[in-house]
Design a protein around this ligand. Structure first.
Ligand SMILES: O=P(O)(O)O[C@H]1O[C@H](CO)[C@@H](O)[C@H]1O
Ligand SMILES: O=c1cc[nH]c(=O)[nH]1
Length: 316
């Protein structure tokens, strides 16, 4: 039942505070009185599935835009953690819907979120409720993505310091009942620094910490000259990218601010780890060969897998 409270094994003093801190919080009193919570786009429900039994041991959640990438990541992490069973046989928990895909490999959950803020935000509402209903504790979330680089060599991994909007502000604006609500996009500095440390222990994963700009469009919204519409000059584009660079922006993608804002509001530690596919000062079209792009996309996966293995004491 949605209202079931976790059993407190140790309810004393600081231990209790620590316990509460590590829980997943939902900021919605209405959930308390609901008989059933249907996670419609994940094809799961509190009545039809035993969520604590299915998901209670999750410690790491990795999300990314593409369904194939997140399936490949689940198979990769299965091998990396040396878990029993055939990685080829990992099945999609959300196969009842074609909106998102979800794979569970030991303590790691891998989910796709589609492109853009509305798509990831629907997934995150249901994912965070899932973690809450499952009584998960100590969970870290990662977005493993691709992005356009701002003054970086293609293939560089950017671990986000601040997720910023089109005006380089570290905030996310959501329209609620016709009014704009602004939420903080703070990410976990400790996890970001741990990821940077992990990159120094790996070969061929050039990594920087920098700000990530989140836009609501891939073309005009990211200052591209090659969309079906273009309302500005090359000089105006370069001036915008220069101002972004000066504000600490090192890459541009389309989900980081809402991801950071929702995780922060619900007490979840989170990091955004995106590889750059091109340097936007040098062009707009993504022209690298397919195999090069596939290898670039694997870099955030290799980095986060190393982080997970270290946390689990499985890194060699
Ligand atoms: O590679 P993913 O995770 O989809 O992320 C980036 O790629 C998509 C655009 O091509 C946007 O969703 C952007 O955020
Ligand atoms: O330039 C890019 C590349 C990938 N994803 C984006 O959002 N922008």
């Amino acid at each position: 039942k949605a209202t079931m409270a976790p059993i407190l094994l140790n309810c004393m003093g600081n231990d209790h505070n620590e316990y509460i801190k590590q829980q997943v919080h939902v900021k919605n009193p209405n959930l308390e009185s609901m008989e059933e919570d249907v996670l419609y786009h994940l094809s799961l429900s509190t009545k039809t599935h035993n969520l604590p039994e299915m998901f209670g041991d999750i410690k790491f959640v990795c999300v990314g835009g593409s369904a194939n990438r997140m399936k490949a990541f689940s198979q990769f992490i299965h091998q990396e953690l040396k878990l029993p069973g055939n990685p080829e046989e990992i099945s999609d928990i959300c196969e009842g819907t074609d909106r998102y895909c979800m794979y569970k490999v030991g303590p790691v959950l891998s989910l796709s979120h589609g492109m853009g803020v509305p798509s990831i935000s629907i997934m995150l509402h249901e994912l965070i409720k899932l973690l809450y209903h499952a009584q998960c504790r100590d969970v870290v979330l990662f977005r493993l993505g691709t992005s356009g680089g701002v003054g970086l060599a293609p293939g560089t991994v950017v671990v986000t310091d601040k997720a910023v909007d089109y005006s380089f502000r570290p905030q996310f604006e959501q329209v609620v009942l016709g009014k704009v609500i602004t939420r903080s996009t703070e990410l976990d500095k400790g996890v970001a620094n741990e990821l940077l440390q992990c990159s120094s222990e790996l070969q061929n994963i050039p990594t920087v910490i920098g700000n990530t700009m989140c836009t609501h469009d891939f073309y005009e919204g990211q200052g591209r000259l090659d969309g079906a519409l273009c309302s500005f000059s090359n000089e105006e584009k370069l001036d915008y990218l220069k101002r972004a660079y000066e504000a600490g922006v090192r890459n541009i993608e389309m989900e980081s601010t809402v991801f950071a804002a929702m995780c922060y509001a619900c007490g979840l530690k989170a990091a955004v780890v995106c590889v750059t596919l091109l340097n936007r000062f040098e062009g707009d079209q993504i022209t690298s060969p397919h195999d090069v792009l596939v290898e670039y996309q694997q870099r955030p996966q290799v980095l986060v897998s190393h982080f997970i293995k270290k946390r689990l004491g499985k890194a060699v």
